[in-house]
Ligand binder design. Sequence first.
Ligand code: MN
Length: 279
Amino acid sequence: MVGAWCFVDHFGPDDVSDSPGMRVPPHPHTGLQTVSWLVEGAILHRDSLGSLQPITPGQLNVMTSGRGISHSEESPVPHPPVMHGLQLWVALPDSARHGAPRFDHYPDVPGFERDGARVAVVVGDLDGVRSPALACTPLVGAEIVLEPGATLRLPLAPSFEYGAVAMTGTAEVAGAELKPGVLLYLDRGRDDLTLSSVDGARLFLLGGEPFDEPLVMWWNFVGRTHEEIAEARADWEHDRVAGGDRFGTVTGYAGDPLPAPDLPTVRLKARGRDGTVRG
Ligand code: MN
């Protein structure tokens, strides 16, 4: 966990010029937000609320599952030759996780440029610039593009913990070398952060107040107990065949919804933010 950020998928850059590209059939979510951010390419989002929304670089999709939603993601036809981006999950606090699902598309996000760096404030606020994106806990997410030779100093919130991933290039962040494939974790208590790059880099900064509710994460569900996860699985297995109130139906995707995998044969246990098993 970094704040309420609970999952990072950094995909690409992949050459999809000779392939269908992304084909993720309808599948359910509960207890989380998905935050989609592209560097290159395009994705078409469909969901059980009836949303049909393309996303391209610089735009932001935030899907807030509440108690249940289903969606599909696919490359449009035709599509750009390269796919590169992030899908992040944010755990919803207990006060928001039972609510109604919603989907928000933001055609752009605010940002700033200085000292050879371009910053897009995707979620929350950074250096006085605030994203309009819906967030349910104190959180920040920002893309930072460093030109070759740039050094950027950013003010941080000392009550937040932070993480950083490199999407392209190599950077130095808080004195540590950061390359794609690594997540740098920074504990609370910092007032600022220095980022630099000799040859140029593109990074994503995550941060938030520590999220203290122990979670059970299994497949596409974020819950609190084994029973909640088992119920979500059973509800999806019903709804994907028969339609239903919880996860609804995605229309227009050329393919069947994803069946849920079998539950493990042991009880799922909640983990705290430091990985400690509870209960
Ligand atoms: Mn999904």
